[in-house]
Design a protein. Structure first.
Lengths: 152, 709
């Protein structure tokens, strides 16, 4: 076991966990931030996507010991009132079916829009590699474009 | 261990919930603007049935009775209540009901049946309340009830201009007699049913609130991972937990009859402990492989069944006398359900009582099965329903509920059991693989007049024998067979239809091309025969079938040819719903690319237009993704695809840019919708691939037939 101080959603947290603990389980089990989801455990599905600084990472395969001073943002810390343009667009397009993958999808879209404020369909194909088992891709794509418009 | 503070801060709200049958409060945020408790909170509620209540301050609480697995019933069933109650949708509170058979009847999620089965009864539950509110107002004003009407949570007496809110009438309404003749709204007066209503949990989903079973946190709860058999045909012999117990955080290791469970203070410790177990498994049955199943299928489809599923005329004679016989064999693989939320369940079994909470499509069966497994009365078991991260049929089995309950019972502690994705891939009840041998007789007039399908699937459920073109052909026979196996199989979204839809609709396309007929015109011709000269039982409505076919033909501009783009078509009837689809594909770098899909759907009255469209789009993407890439193969009882790196799922880059959906405008009672758009899509796309390449796909997944240039 070891002690780590990590910055999550602009707050510092000190946790006492084993060094190989994936960030996902620190978020979910130690910090009670359960919006970040477990889907596969091998960085394939993206349900566990969070931001490290401005980049999307798959927290199920990112050990807490590697976080260091980098700033982590989870779905809970994306906005104060759930009104980030990506959250708004997801709601307006009524994207979710079961909803389980959507926090990861939202975080992946946020990272994409930080990098490319006006992504093309090809950019979306390349960046949005998260699995939605319900198949909401048509609406996700429209919501990413809508969020880009809102951010103008 | 940390505890999430209970998400309930108002006694008032608790009261509503307990009155309405327990459940977890997901609609809490909707109450954000409600003033703090006052004396009025102590006043009685108006609740003529378990589905709704109105408090004196006018808070309308609606219950969502069925499990929400992504099919949208947590939104659409309360919409039915709100419509007949005549309240402002934006002001209602919606709670998920816990399992309570006496109050809510059939609370399962399966067979695309919730809306179909509950459309009238739930509307009546709303209408009863509205009639009692009117009665209370009429009595207050001493006017006839017939002079009163309702609007958005008020009863109005137009002649005098009087108006009372439902909150003001709540207490008095509770003493009104329950009406016997319940009058439902005429569909022309609908304000909520048929409109685009957003998923009521959007906000909670998009801000990461604890909604799902996996998010459950309870006082003293231990996280649990299980060591399960590595193959079908293996069972637990013995285990050594010395190393597992050394992992910091591991608190206990217990075994049930079937599994070894590691309990820890966090998930990662449970996982490491589980992986550190030394478990010995022993053979308990045959260790079967997919290759052997396929060899057996090849043999079985050449055999005749003594008991055909359907036998009109004489298919053998039609085939032997045919000018030409078309014969094709189609094949589909085993599939896993792989809901995004891995299998889990919370269980607290102590002192002969069980408190259960988690994802299941069949809470009733789960409770019965747990009672049996633990030897306690069903009445000692409570079962709450969270939002669920997908179902697709996986959770029609109660194995996860029973397993969690057994572990908790042995450990005498509250636990949250969680499977890894690898556990799920090996522990599923799979969509059975199957093989379908079709023979079609073409007579001297160049007409299809004989059809003989020999179908076989693992553990049966091979054919849907009454499917079109049954009824349109003088000679039609289906022999369905099963190959008994110890590989667990079960219903997967649109069971049987998800396989036969591909085979049958591809074969019809083959025949159309053989006869040099347009695939749509050919279907319409056959449907005409089912009207003018029906043979045997015709279980579909010809006019509705034709309606969706003509609609999709128009939507997709079927007759217009675009250079480099190719269209395919199929239509399918299942769960009492008619769906016709067209896909447009091109060949990019030697591989098929699906650009757009059009779907015309007749599911009766659409309840939630946004949710309904989402279901159809999702079912099409789901069916297409599995048809493109996905297969499970077994080797000596072990599943070879362990996770999403080898069990490939549809992702954004391969999804169609658009799926355009139109619903037939009708006020007929709703039929199923979660499943019916899935069965045709594999054939739709494979038929388009044939149009593009001349290559007929007879085996899924179809990407195996293409290699990148």
């Amino acid at each position: 076991m070891a002690s780590y101080t990590i910055t999550v959603n602009n707050k510092q947290h000190t946790v006492d966990v084993s060094p190989d603990t994936p960030l996902l389980w620190v978020l979910r089990d130690e910090l009670n931030l359960v919006g970040t989801k477990f889907g596969c455990g091998i960085a394939q599905c993206g349900a566990c996507t969070v931001l490290m600084n401005d980049n999307a990472i798959r927290s199920c395969s990112y050990p807490v010991s590697a976080v260091g001073v980098n700033k982590i943002t989870t779905i809970e810390g994306l906005s104060d009132n759930g009104d980030h343009p990506v959250q708004q667009a997801w709601d307006e397009m009524d994207v979710p079916q079961c909803g389980y993958c959507q926090s990861g999808q939202v975080m992946a879209a946020v990272a994409l829009l930080k990098r490319k404020p006006h992504p093309t369909d090809e950019d979306i194909n390349a960046a949005m590699s998260n699995i939605c088992r319900c198949g909401t891709y048509v609406r996700i794509r429209k919501a990413v474009h809508m969020a880009a418009e809102k951010t103008k | 261990m940390k505890q999430v503070p209970a998400n309930i801060s108002r006694r008032h709200f608790l009261k509503i919930t307990s009155l309405a049958g327990g459940g977890v409060l997901f609609g809490f945020e909707l109450l954000a603007n409600v003033a703090p408790e006052t004396a009025a909170d102590a006043a009685p509620l108006f609740s003529p049935n378990a589905y709704l209540s109105i408090d004196p301050k006018g808070i309308v609480t609606l219950m969502a009775p069925n499990p929400e697995i992504g099919q949208g019933v947590k939104t659409s069933l309360p919409m039915l209540l709100a419509e007949e109650l005549d309240v402002d949708w934006n002001k209602v509170v919606i709670n998920q009901a816990a399992f309570d058979k006496d109050k809510y009847g059939n609370q399962s999620a399966g067979g695309s049946g919730a809306i179909k089965g509950r459309y009238e009864p739930i509307r009546k539950a709303g209408a009863v309340a509205r009639m009692m509110l009117i009665a209370a107002a009429a009595q207050t004003w001493s006017v006839p009830e017939s002079e009163c009407s309702t609007e958005n949570g008020f009863v109005i007496h137009a002649a005098s201009g009087k108006k009372l809110s439902y909150g003001e009438l709540a207490t008095k309404s509770a003493s009104m007699p329950v009406p016997e003749n319940i009058k439902l709204k005429d569909p022309s007066a609908f304000k909520i049913i048929g409109k685009r209503i957003k998923n009521i949990d959007n906000r909670n989903i998009l801000t990461g609130k604890p909604l799902f079973g996996i998010d459950t946190r309870r006082e003293g709860m231990l996280f649990c991972m299980v060591s399960r058999p590595p193959a079908f045909g293996k069972k637990l012999k013995s285990f050594d937990d010395t190393e597992a117990r050394k992992i910091p955080g591991v608190k206990n290791v217990v075994r049930t009859d079937t599994v070894v469970a590691v309990l820890a203070t966090n998930t990662w410790a449970a996982r490491k402990g589980r992986d550190a177990l030394k478990v010995e498994w022993e053979d308990a049955g045959k260790l079967e492989s997919t290759t052997e199943h396929i060899e057996a299928f090849k043999n079985l489809i050449q055999q005749k069944s003594e008991k055909p599923d359907r036998n009109d005329g004489d298919a053998d004679k039609a085939l032997s006398g045919a000018k030409k016989v078309i014969e094709s064999v189609y094949e589909v693989p085993v599939l896993s359900h792989a809901p995004m939320e891995p299998i889990n369940f919370f269980a607290d079994v102590r002192d002969g009582k069980a408190d259960l909470y988690g994802p299941t499509q069949v809470p009733g069966r789960a409770r019965t099965d747990v009672a049996k497994a633990l030897g306690i009365p069903e009445d000692n078991i409570t079962l709450g329903l969270p939002r669920q991260g997908g179902g697709f049929g996986r959770k029609l089995r109660s194995d996860n509920v029973v397993e969690a309950a057994q572990i908790s019972a042995v450990a005498k502690a509250p636990i949250q059991m969680l499977w890894t994705r690898e556990d799920d891939m090996q522990g599923d009840f799979y969509r059975p693989n199957g093989m379908y041998r079709y023979r079609a007789a073409i007579n001297n007039n160049n007409e299809l007049d004989g059809w003989y399908l020999t179908a076989v699937a693992l553990n049966g459920r091979a054919a849907a024998a009454d499917n079109f073109p049954a009824g349109a052909l003088a000679n039609y026979r289906v022999d369905g067979q099963g190959l008994t196996s110890n590989i667990q199989t079960g219903p997967w979204r649109a069971p049987t239809h998800n396989a036969i839809g591909f085979a049958e609709q591809s074969f019809l396309d083959e025949i159309a091309h053989e006869l040099k007929k347009d695939p749509i015109a050919f279907r319409l011709e056959l449907l005409e025969k089912a009207t003018t000269n029906p043979v045997g039982k015709v279980n579909y409505n010809v006019e509705k079938f034709k309606g969706v076919i003509n609609q999709v033909r128009q939507m997709s501009n079927w007759d217009k040819k675009t250079p480099g783009r190719f269209k395919g078509f199929a239509a399918y009837y299942s769960f009492s719903t008619y769906v016709a689809e067209v896909a447009e594909v091109s060949i990019v770098n030697g591989k098929p690319k699906v650009h757009k899909v059009w779907a015309a759907v007749n599911c009766g009255q659409v309840v939630n237009l946004s949710g309904a469209e989402n279901q159809v789009q999702g079912a099409i993407v789901d069916g297409l993704g599995h048809a493109m890439y996905t297969a499970i193969t077994l080797d000596k009882g072990a599943v070879q695809q362990k996770n999403f790196n080898t069990y490939k799922m549809m992702r954004m880059q391969d999804a169609p840019l658009d799926v355009e959906v139109q619903f037939v405008a009708t006020n007929e009672a709703p039929t199923g919708l979660g499943e019916p758009a899935l069965p045709p899509i594999a054939a739709v796309v494979c038929n388009a691939i044939f149009a593009a390449t001349g290559k007929r796909i007879r085996r899924l997944p179809f990407n195996e037939a293409f290699t990148a240039k």
